[in-house]
Design a protein around this ligand. Structure first.
Ligand code: SF4
Length: 335
């Protein structure tokens, strides 16, 4: 099997450190959409995703961005100012701050304080292990004061499975942080402090349905550790970055791609997040989603910076797609 991310049957901009070639066994995603008579174009944009960079304390096996402790790409104060100004010019319903580990980016409090008054819903992704002690307490107080929704990655309620994906001891540390969050009111009904979890499979398989996974997580977390949360979101791992490398090394790549394409769910297309979201990279450029960011395929027909954008994409505008999109349309989809 040739190494390279799955593509639309043509050469595309390389992923991080990868050669890019067509995967012979996959029907181009664009053809599958056409066969079902499904256009994938933009709807009204209401969400801004802000990727603060690739620096992370972990090196998770599934990470499509290949984030890790050695990565130097983080959002500067200047870019944060440009992002806040962008969110002021084009009010969004939702702003979703992600990484890497946003907690490790020095200007995060500035970004949170700048964005919080500009969107009804500000979300901050956390891996629950990037910072600790006084630093974590201060971030927690800031998030609580601004009613920031915390979205924590938590792949499995089985510690040995989760540690295999994220690193030894990570689950135990994450549980301690979840308990602390509950004690601060996060995840507790009636406090207005929303705590959500995201889970992705720990191997080369698709997630179970969101409803069933949420039920299992709720029961397990409560029974084993007395931890509560609001919602759980599951998603399929995208075969790019470190996950792709792992699939190839374990000879699961072809089987996984077949699973994704066989699992194509036409009804997921209408709800895909790229229809309503713009993603801004750590250096301030715009993408249709975080996966296009990972492979360096910008929004629109040329690379545009948040400082330069004069209008949001209009309904009907095209979206950059690739065969990795199959990960978003398999099963119940990634919306
Ligand atoms: S990877 Fe997913 S979110 Fe990104 S363009 Fe494809 S379908 Fe949309």
């Amino acid at each position: 099997m040739a190494e390279g991310i799955v593509t639309d049957g043509r050469e595309i901009s390389p992923g991080i450190g990868t050669g890019v070639k067509e995967a012979a066994t996959v029907d181009p995603f664009a053809d599958t959409l056409a066969r079902h008579g499904l256009p994938l174009v933009r709807d009204r944009v209401h969400t801004l995703q802000v990727n603060t960079g690739y620096l992370c304390n972990l090196q998770c096996r599934h990470c499509h961005l290949e984030a890790g402790p050695g990565r130097k790409e983080i959002m500067s104060r200047e870019t944060m100012e440009a992002v806040v100004s962008f969110a002021r010019r084009f009010p969004f319903q939702v702003v979703d701050v992600t990484g890497g580990a946003p907690e490790l980016v020095p200007g995060l409090p500035f970004l949170v304080e700048g964005l919080a008054p500009l969107a009804p819903r500000l979300m901050l992704r956390t891996n629950l292990s990037a910072v600790s002690g006084a630093e974590w307490e201060s971030l927690l107080a800031l998030c609580g004061a601004h009613r920031v929704v915390l979205v924590a990655s938590f792949p499995s309620t089985n510690p040995s499975q989760a540690d295999a994906q994220r690193g030894a001891g990570v689950t135990e540390a994450a549980i301690a942080v979840l308990k602390r969050l509950n004690a601060a009111g996060y995840g507790v009904e009636g406090t207005g402090l929303e705590l959500d979890l995201v889970s992705n499979p720990v191997g080369a398989f698709l997630p179970v349905s969101n409803e069933s996974a949420e039920r299992t997580f709720r029961t397990d977390l409560l029974r084993k550790w007395g931890v509560a949360f609001h919602h759980l979101y599951t998603f399929a791992n995208v075969p790019m970055g470190r996950f792709r490398t792992w699939l190839l090394r374990t000879e699961n790549y072809d089987r996984y791609l077949k699973m994704l394409t066989d699992g194509f769910n036409p009804s997921a297309v209408e709800r895909l997040m790229c229809r309503t979201l713009l993603s801004v990279s750590w250096d301030g450029f715009l993408y249709d989603c975080d996966f296009n960011l990972a492979v360096g395929r910008p929004h629109g027909d040329r690379k545009a910076h948040v400082s330069d954008l004069r209008e949001l994409p209009l309904p009907g505008a095209p979206i950059v797609i690739g065969d990795y999109c199959y990960a978003c349309t398999a099963g119940s989809g990634f919306t």
